[in-house]
Design a protein around this ligand. Structure first.
Ligand SMILES: Cc1ncc(COP(=O)(O)O)c(C=O)c1O
Length: 396
């Protein structure tokens, strides 16, 4: 029965809990229960009309064939121009690769760079796929703790202490999932110094770079002196333009990674859906008013959820400057994050994620995505308050 056994590398692949928890919540809903969904990281808005129209026009104009594997030239040019304008990083279209989701970029970056035994420093808590794919290729993820006590920023001295001769790649994510934390200019400058001094490549996940509040600044590490040649920048359309279902992201890579990225794309996807790319061109080149409107609404929801959570006994929640997540410390309720998430789903009909879905540091936390209507957020807050009030004292 040797054949009907998966390859040993399948033992080391992880998952993204949000997808599994969503399936469980939908199964509960199918039994007649009411569920408020606060677990998945996707805007509840529809993709802007002009973007949808552009994709439809693309379909009608014959964008139904294989596109160039790296992306439509007009889209690569639009991404390069946007990168130069918004990130202050001058890039040529030849350094741009269009991928299936931003997720594609992290998979290709790790596959292209990490040998068995290499170490990859990943944020903890952080997006789980960095760690999963690192293990999958035989690398060793080294978690850098991201603590609420440090405003969910990286402690740079601690980061320095984790670098060894085996460290190959450093992953940063600002604004961050799951914390909403934003790294400051000084943080990014100090991280760049470490990368230069220790000859590291940086994968910078900037998928939330347009979702910023209160005048917070986004600093793109690839724009700093000497960093472009050792930085892979990840961004995409899912979050900024409410296009999660379109599956379009992109990478900005240095010249020496152009050939490897091309080979990985040819070997896996051949390229990204051609008419969807027509929509992405319009997203970047068309009016940005819908993005501004969405970000304004997210900001109001952030305040609603932060204030609401902090009014619940046992919750301590920071007011993040980016993304659409909060990651409250709930240790004061007497629950662990995992027990609270389970209780909220089963008994209160509120679907959130345990902090440990993002790494060991999150044991006392839950993650809430507030990309949902204010009405649903208010309903969720009432249910959480009632559940915690009724159940926590017995456990505390
Ligand atoms: C930090 C981070 N990076 C990348 C992604 C992937 O986004 P997509 O593949 O939809 O572009 C996500 C999605 O949740 C994310 O939170």
């Amino acid at each position: 029965m040797r054949a009907m056994r998966t390859a040993s590398r399948m033992d080391s692949i992880g998952t993204e809990t949000a997808f599994e928890v969503s399936a469980r919540a939908r199964a509960l809903e199918a039994t007649g229960r009411s569920i408020v969904y606060l677990q998945i990281g996707e805007p509840d808005f529809d993709t802007p009309v002009n973007v949808r129209e552009a994709a439809k026009a693309g379909l009608d104009s014959g964008l139904t064939h294989y596109p160039p594997y790296a992306g439509l030239p007009e889209l690569r040019a639009a991404i390069a121009a946007d990168t130069t304008a918004r990130r202050g990083l001058t890039v040529e279209p030849s350094n741009v690769f269009v991928t299936v989701g931003g997720k594609g970029v992290m998979v290709y970056a790790i596959m292209a760079l990490v040998d068995p035994g290499d170490e990859v420093i990943v944020p903890d808590p952080g997006y789980p796929i960095y760690e999963s794919i690192t293990r999958f290729v035989g690398g060793t993820p080294i978690p850098i703790p991201i603590r609420q006590a440090n405003d969910f920023r990286v402690d740079i001295d601690e980061l320095a202490s984790l670098i060894t001769p085996r460290t190959k790649l450093l992953v940063i994510n600002s604004p961050a999932n799951p914390t909403g934390g934003v790294l400051t200019r000084s943080d990014i400058e100090r991280i760049a110094e470490l990368a230069l001094r220790n000859d590291l490549v940086v994968l910078t996940d900037e998928i939330y770079s347009r979702i910023l509040y209160d005048g917070a600044e986004h600093v793109s590490i690839g724009s700093l002196d000497g960093m472009a040649e050792r930085t892979i920048t990840l961004d995409g359309f899912s979050k900024t333009y409410a296009m999660t279902g379109w599956r379009i992201g992109y990478a900005i890579v240095p010249d020496w990674l152009v050939k490897p990225f091309g080979q990985l794309i040819i070997n896996t996807i051949s390229g990204v859906t051609a008419f969807a790319q027509a929509g992405a061109i319009e997203a970047l080149n068309g009016p940005q008013t819908d993005v501004d409107t969405m970000v304004r609404e997210f900001r109001a929801r952030r305040d609603l959820i932060v204030d609401g959570l902090n009014a619940i006994p046992g919750f301590s929640c920071l007011r993040p400057e980016g993304a659409f997540y909060v990651f409250p410390d709930i240790s004061g309720t007497g629950f662990s994050g995992a027990d609270l998430a389970e209780g909220l789903l089963q008994e209160a009909g509120v679907c959130v994620l345990a902090g440990t879905a993002f790494g060991g540091i999150g044991v006392d936390h839950i993650r809430i995505s507030y990309a949902n209507s204010r009405e649903n957020l208010i309903e969720a807050l009432e249910r959480i308050q009632a559940f915690v009030t009724a159940n926590a004292p017995a456990r505390a």
